[in-house]
Design a protein around this ligand. Structure first.
Ligand SMILES: Cc1cc2nc3c(=O)[nH]c(=O)nc-3n(C[C@H](O)[C@H](O)[C@H](O)COP(=O)(O)O)c2cc1C
Length: 177
């Protein structure tokens, strides 16, 4: 190791994404043309713009039910899991809405969406409801671009949000600095 780089380990080019993956998790909440509500945890989500309204992008595998639902209905919500919802995140991330009705099977209590007929899991730190602007596909990665119609949050939402790095590492944000 060079002296100048002392203290830094090499991260493989495959795992390098995790260095920029320390943001807050979201649940992508959808309702399909089949009438079934679904939700999937997604770590790859990012704000895109705020003028005149907030816009977001989220990266979904094109094999996911939530991806198909968004293409069908052109609407979705991003709900922000709170610290106590790690178990729910892992359950919802372990099965597809193609095979399981997650809200029914896991008895997930929910709030109705404000702009859209969507289900928001109770206990989240907040949520935004988005209409789809466009999609892009690269390989099996589908990117959804959404603009916000409604948003709600707890007063101290930023302290409550569950964060995820990768490799099963979840964390609570530190103190405000
Ligand atoms: C902590 C966590 C983060 C995840 N992040 C993503 C992600 O960023 N993009 C993605 O496509 N899938 C992600 N997944 C996997 C999906 O949530 C999972 O495949 C889910 O079962 C898809 O459900 P669906 O088929 O009902 O849409 C993540 C799973 C977990 C547990």
């Amino acid at each position: 190791m060079d002296r100048e780089n002392e203290g830094y380990s090499t991260i493989s080019v495959k795992d390098a994404y995790s260095l920029q993956n320390a943001g807050g998790l979201v649940f992508v909440c959808t309702k399909g043309a089949d009438g079934r509500y679904d939700l999937a945890p997604v770590a790859w989500c990012c704000p895109l713009d705020y003028e005149p309204v907030s816009k977001f992008i989220a990266v979904l595998d094109t094999g996911h039910k939530t991806w198909q639902d968004i293409l069908e209905t052109r609407r979705f919500a991003l709900a922000f899991p709170s610290i106590g919802q790690k178990e729910l995140v892992e359950r919802c991330g372990s099965v597809s809405g193609f095979t399981v009705d997650k809200y029914e099977s896991f008895s997930i209590p929910f709030m109705p969406g404000k702009a859209f007929d969507l289900r928001i899991p109770q206990g989240v730190a907040g949520w935004v409801e988005c209409s789809l602007i466009k999609t892009e596909i690269l390989g099996t990665s589908g990117i959804v671009f959404g603009e916000t119609l409604e948003a709600r949050a707890l007063d101290d939402w930023w302290k409550e949000r569950l964060h995820y790095v990768g490799n099963a590492i979840y964390f609570r944000p530190g103190d405000r600095v």
